[in-house]
Design a protein around this ligand. Structure first.
Ligand code: ADP
Ligand code: MG
Length: 438
């Protein structure tokens, strides 16, 4: 029984044992010298004292310095302590789950644990964790790492380019990402502080302009998510031209009419006409931009000071079901208008945001959905909703999301679904629109 409980130690534990043995050994020698010196009254303690103290003190100082450097103590003592406890927990977990290689040192079995690096950001609330890929047979999964991390949770994981490290994006589990605005002025202030080319979503997330998909059950906060983005775009009105489509003729069309009556549509024919108008503008802009684009590889509308045109399409499925009752020619015509924007709009600055409860292929054609670079699933959703939005390859555990909270993907920013939380808007939105639109 006792043989079984004998634990394998790591080189760090082993070094600690050596170090403490040395310290104890030194102290014993010192005591012996003291006693002997006292007995025979030789008087060497006078000389030896400073040496012993220096040796012991320097060992302790070196230890403390190593600890500080290893845990990046120059970033503050709190940083060092959290770094230390996180690494310690991980090393324990690796020992328990036998994620190590066996080495022999002085004929003793030593567990060689993977190297661990942690880079914290934003005041310790998020970070990147690097764990050396050392074990041929074992794969370390994100959820196992989450268990080993006390106060952090893994958001996504991937291999480093050289495949020598697993990288985990981690965040504090009780973190509050959501921005709360009590007035439109507060939102204005925040928007002026943030990046010109992006729209912010929460404390950690902002996105560039793309055609996008917003999915979520009724009441999950999709329309409010739109409001928080629309208000930002109104603040930079010279950069954005907005178009509103709301087949259910509910709150978004009320807002649209306040901002731009001529570019707001809610009944079927008006919507189709607005789409046609949108495409006409796009083609006109294509004509204008054509020569300019030729002068510069990979240039887009923004490089020449053109605004983004964003058509916001709430409750798209409701329009789609109306469309399904039409003859095929009409259906094809409308869908080809829409896909033209999605496919060609990026360089020209024309975008559509589709907002719907589910994104199944009978509600939005797959070739359109798959060409939307940015996708949000807001609120709690069924597995199937995530699969249709993000594709079958992603591994998502259902979580209990709050109002306006959810997952998103966006090129360069989130290749795997990442958590985001839209701003809480605690003010009268229509009044704010009136103020901003002046
Ligand atoms: N970000 C938010 N800030 C303030 N209230 C919100 C927010 N998101 C949702 N709500 C509240 O929840 C209700 C439903 O949100 P809504 O955006 O209309 O959901 P959906 O469009 O997904 O059906 C809203 O009427 C509002 O009262
Ligand atoms: Mg809505």
């Amino acid at each position: 029984m006792s043989r079984q409980s004998k634990k394998i130690s790591t080189s760090r534990i082993q070094n600690g044992i050596y170090l403490y043995t040395t310290l104890i050994f030194l102290i014993i020698i010192k005591l012996i010298i003291l006693v002997v010196d006292n007995l025979f009254e030789i008087g060497v303690t006078k000389y030896s004292n400073p040496y012993f103290i220096t040796v012991i003190a320097s060992i302790i100082i070196i230890q403390a310095l190593t600890w500080m450097i290893r845990n990046k103590g120059y970033k503050g003592i709190k940083h060092a302590l959290i770094h230390y406890s996180t690494v310690l927990n991980l090393r324990r977990a690796f020992l328990d789950s036998k994620y190590y290689n066996i080495r022999f040192r002085l004929n003793k079995k030593i567990a060689q644990l993977p190297r661990i690096k942690i880079e914290f950001e934003k005041g310790l609330s998020i970070g990147k964790l690097y764990i050396e890929n050392i074990h041929m047979e074992k794969d370390i999964s994100a959820s196992n790492i989450s268990i080993a991390l006390n106060r952090y949770v893994v958001e996504r994981s991937y291999l480093s380019r050289d495949e020598k490290y697993y990288i985990f994006d981690i965040f504090e589990s009780n973190i509050n990402r959501q921005l709360i605005f009590q007035s439109s002025d507060e939102l204005r202030e925040h928007a002026l502080d943030s990046d010109e080319q992006h729209l912010f979503i929460d404390k950690f997330t902002s996105i560039p302009m793309h055609s996008s998909l917003f999915v979520g059950q009724t009441g999950s906060g999709k329309t409010y998510a739109l409001y928080s983005l629309i208000l930002q775009m109104l603040l930079k009105s010279e950069k954005y031209k907005l178009y509103f489509v709301d087949p259910k003729n509910s709150s978004l069309s009320v807002m649209g009419e306040k901002i731009t009556v001529q570019n707001t549509a809610s009944n079927f024919n008006d919507i189709v006409n607005l789409l046609k108008k949108f495409i006409d503008l796009m083609n006109q802009s294509k004509f204008e931009l054509k020569e300019k684009l030729g002068t510069k590889l990979e240039a887009t509308y923004a490089d020449f000071g053109y605004p983004s045109h964003v058509l916001i399409f709430d409750e798209f499925a409701s329009f789609q079901s109306q469309l399904q009752s039409m003859e095929k020619k009409k259906r094809d015509e409308v869908m080809s208008l829409i896909s033209q924007v999605v496919l060609e709009g990026r360089q020209l600055g024309f975008f559509i945001w589709f907002v719907m409860q589910k994104s199944d292929s009978n509600l939005i054609p797959t070739y359109i959905r798959e060409n939307l670079p940015v996708k949000f699933v807001i609120g709690s959703a069924e597995k199937q909703t995530y699969v249709t939005a993000f594709g079958p390859g992603v591994d998502i555990k259902e979580k209990d999301f709050q109002l306006g909270e959810g997952l998103f993907v966006c090129p360069l920013i989130a290749n795997q679904p990442k958590i985001c939380h839209f701003s809480y808007l605690d003010f009268n939105i229509l009044n704010a629109v009136e103020d901003l639109n002046e």
